[in-house]
Design a binder for this molecule. Structure first.
Ligand code: SF4
Ligand code: SF4
Length: 120
């Protein structure tokens, strides 16, 4: 199982980020989240999501999904910075564990109000 993200449905509400932070830290700790909502300053109503996985970053943008392997560190980290994501670089965050110990399953899927995140 994996996670897929449809950025065209995303509104940048950050519910997934808060849910993941809660899963990671038993509190609403955004810096612990391995999924991050982002917007760009340049484009209005442009939302996307970055997911840290074991070996790569999944970057879902309205124009499509990109996968950056973690070896490509600068490009990957840049994607987070340019996207105006949280201050903590994605590469320092823990990778998604698919909420394997959570009875409810992946929290980001449960809490996304627009069904932008689903199981792959
Ligand atoms: S599945 Fe769980 S660990 Fe992975 S991004 Fe979603 S909330 Fe975070
Ligand atoms: S919860 Fe859903 S709509 Fe909100 S930022 Fe995350 S993916 Fe986007």
């Amino acid at each position: 199982m994996g996670i897929q993200i449809d950025a065209l449905k995303c509104t940048g509400c950050m519910a997934c980020e808060m849910a993941c932070g809660y899963h990671r830290d038993d509190g609403f700790a955004l810096l612990s989240s391995c999924i991050v909502a982002y917007r760009t300053k340049e484009k209005k109503d442009y939302f996307g999501v970055i997911l840290k996985r074991d070996e790569d970053l999944l970057i879902a943008r309205p124009e499509g999904t990109e996968i950056k392997r973690i070896g490509e560190t600068e490009a990957a980290a840049d994607s987070g910075k340019k996207a105006d994501a949280s201050a903590k670089p994605m590469l320092l965050r823990e990778a998604c564990d698919l909420c394997e110990e959570m009875d409810l399953g992946p929290m980001c899927i449960k809490f996304c109000p627009f069904d932008a995140i689903s199981e792959a």
